[in-house]
Design a protein around this ligand. Sequence first.
Ligand code: TNX
Length: 476
Amino acid sequence: MSENPAIIPAPQQCDLGEGSAALRPDALLSLAADLEPWAPHAARLAREVADEAPSAPEPSETTPTPATVAAHDPSLPAEGYTLDLSPEQVRLTAADAAGAYWAVQTLRQAVAGGRVPTMRCSDAPAYPVRGLMLDVARHFFGVTDIERAIDLASRYKLNQVHLHLTDDQGWRLEIENRPLLTERASANDVDGGGGGFLTLADYARLQDYAEARHVVVVPEVDLPGHTHAAQVAYPEISPDGAEREPYAGIEVGFSSVHLTSPTTWEWLDDVVGTLARHTRGQRIHLGGDEVHTLGREEYHAFLEQLGALASTHGKELILWQEAAEATLPAGTLLQYWTHEIDASGLGEVARTRDVGFIASPAKHAYLDLKYDDDFPLGLTWAGTVEVRDAYDWEPVDALPGIPAESIRGVEACLWSETLRTWEDVATMLLPRLPAVASVAWGSPRDWDTFRTALAAHVSTWRAANLPYHPSPQIDW
Ligand code: TNX
């Protein structure tokens, strides 16, 4: 047996054979040509891997070019693939274009020094929704940084990047008919700094970039709370109608829009309508978390009307777990994040309503929490999250009483109260994002194999200029 290749997330099944073979650029290019008609993004990635591969020996009589096959096989599970690598052949089959893309990501990781081990892998994700959330509201991160986050997500086979676009401190997306949101409510952040926002053209460009990596962008406008910035721009949607100054603190739960006024609902129609018209994916996230000023009934009535509005605009919803007991449109996904609010009713909701769950339990998946108490960045409200905490957990055990079949996904969340630069973001994501991605893929978990594989990934992070935290849990 050869040494385990450092593939993260670990494939469902990989059998290693004897020895290894040189993976020459010409083999990758021929694979790319086979992929082009049905998996063009995978073809592009294969060409990139060919460019990255160290120049291998010229083909000779003793080292023939391996035969390449890239075949579409719809009988495989969604996003699934098989890879069969040997000195004689590079054979890839995939259920769909996404599966082919993930297969090439695996191939890219398996190539060490231009050689691939002889191996046969058969792989598919356990969960259809595998996400990374980035908070661009507390501190703003623009197109370049978001593209970097998309890149990192797709390297680790995550297929969703969720952008938390609005919060008390700032509004970060242009909205049709509502110019004051970006004119008056975007130039602020947690430090009282300059903030920023995405134009709808930026948003389209980000979706192009994501699509080319088999990632869907899910935009979040947080409602009805976390809306102080929106009320700075449009005081008429607030409960008291009063003018407000920008907020630069990190308290939560104090703001809410006026829940029932026609003025609020006209504004909501512009906001939800813009999101729906400009988002290519099937889902938008409308928040629903931490509204400490509201009564239960008025909160539920608001969400029910909001759900109907999203349906009118043709989108399905994701909401934070607090929304669970409202009557929501069929197919809504609820995002579980904390055990600190009463979660005892969620199992019942899962069993009796047509909703699914995304697992983002803070103790494992909140990558804005500190690695340890002395870490300079991050929060500690749910404790600290070392690499192993992010790796060693199962969604069904972390979500109280929710049946396994209701769990549709796993998402890592990165809130940005304490994160100011891309370097801060990358340091929080690496090496914990690959850990949560392993849970999201449903990889067979083995801590020692994972630690060894992580250490082998450092060279690729260095090559991509990505800072990481040298956690003492890993032998770097
Ligand atoms: C909780 S998660 C929040 C955010 C904070 C985060 C910090 C959630 C739905 N609300 O507003 O930024 O904790 O970890």
